[in-house]
Design a protein around this ligand. Structure first.
Ligand code: NCD
Length: 352
């Protein structure tokens, strides 16, 4: 864990571009935005995740893993609904022997007595060695992490989803899923990935799109109704990174060329007055008739939860990767936690 004497304050940090923020965070112990990752780090996390998965298969291995971080405690602070992310982080902590505590509703904390959210999280930091947090406010995890980095108790913060802007650990598990799926097909380089659904407000797509810029010659197709299309800030970022993309309102015309389809649900919890449920999304749904048009080894992903965008009739197809994708989340999060505490050598020790 790094100790820092010269961390920016929130205002100066907030003026930086995402890439500049990523460079700054990469020197800190936190996981906050996908722009902080380099490809070598992602490769290492994927390798570690696979090793943890393998070691966990035997009772001796599982017991050994549980000893690695048994001296640490983690706080799961989830001020927004979550099933998969919460459970997989909790499971990842259990695999590595960390004890966990949680607050899943800020109404049960002293925020209800008028305490500021910053003070609430600083309080948590007195009792634990890691904070894993999900928050409805974009940038809040970054604000908290910078605040802690400026105190004498700099504990790591992992962003488990912030507002409609970032979900870096989902992006990591998505990459791990793509890596594993394309293992015998020359990896992620040169692949075509189609994103569909609510691209405007889906934080998973925003985080994953950046990670894909770290691979060679990847092409992205953003296919969604115009009202839900990807925002210009992401496209500008992809332009700068020279990633080839297409913005399209046609879904079916791309099916035969893609290597992966990444579906997302309507994020109508962000609706104010205009009800996005009225938008016709039928042309952006997938069932077995679409599968027939796709390459035999092309995969379908979804961060879940889903609504009607993927028919349950394809759930047991070998191309439906979303169930395995979910389980991959537990392994890559365990790898990330291990790396956060600089204990990855313990995994290599096991192999000796
Ligand atoms: C996603 C999220 O919370 O952003 N879910 C998840 O973490 N698996 C996607 C979503 O809610 O649509």
């Amino acid at each position: 864990m790094s100790k820092n004497s010269n961390i920016l304050n929130w205002e100066s940090y907030n003026d930086l571009s995402l890439v500049e923020k990523g460079n700054l965070i990469s020197h800190l112990p936190h996981t906050l935005i996908s722009q902080q990752f380099k490809r070598t780090q992602i490769n290492e996390l994927c390798r570690l995740a696979s090793k943890i998965r393998f070691i966990c298969k035997t009772k001796e291995g599982a017991y050994y893993l549980k000893s690695i971080l048994c001296d640490k405690r983690a706080m799961l602070y989830f001020a927004q609904p979550s099933s998969r992310t919460y459970l997989s982080f909790n499971a990842a902590c259990q695999i590595l022997g960390l004890d966990t505590m949680d607050v899943r509703d800020s109404k049960t904390s002293s925020e209800i007595k008028g305490e500021s959210p910053e003070d609430t999280v600083r309080t948590f930091s007195s009792y634990v060695d890691l904070i894993i947090m999900r928050h409805p406010e974009g940038g809040f995890a970054e604000k908290i992490a910078l605040m802690l980095s400026n105190t004498n108790r700099e504990i790591p913060v992992i962003n488990a989803g912030s507002g409609a802007d970032q979900h870096p650990t989902q992006a990591l598990l998505d990459i791990y899923t793509l890596e594993r799926s394309f293992e015998c097909n020359k990896g992620i380089d040169n692949k075509i990935i189609l994103f569909s659904g609510d691209l405007k407000r889906g934080r998973t797509v925003r985080s994953l799109a950046w990670l894909l810029t770290l691979y060679d010659n990847v092409k992205i197709i953003f296919s969604a109704p115009q009202e839900l299309q990807i925002k210009s800030d992401i496209l500008e970022m992809l332009d700068k990174a020279q990633l080839n993309y297409v913005v399209s309102e046609n879904f079916s015309e791309h099916l035969s060329e893609v290597d992966a389809i990444y579906m997302t649900r309507l994020q109508d919890e962000w609706d104010s007055d205009n009800d996005t449920n009225e938008i016709d999304r039928k042309k952006f749904q997938i069932d077995s008739s679409h599968l027939k048009k796709m390459k035999k080894d092309a995969i379908i992903m979804h961060p879940l939860p889903r609504r009607e965008e993927i028919s349950t009739s394809i759930d047991n197809s070998p191309q439906a990767m979303y169930w395995r994708q979910m389980r991959n989340g537990m392994w890559i999060r365990a790898a990330l936690i291990l790396k956060t505490f600089d204990r990855e050598n313990k995994i290599y020790d096991w192999e000796k």
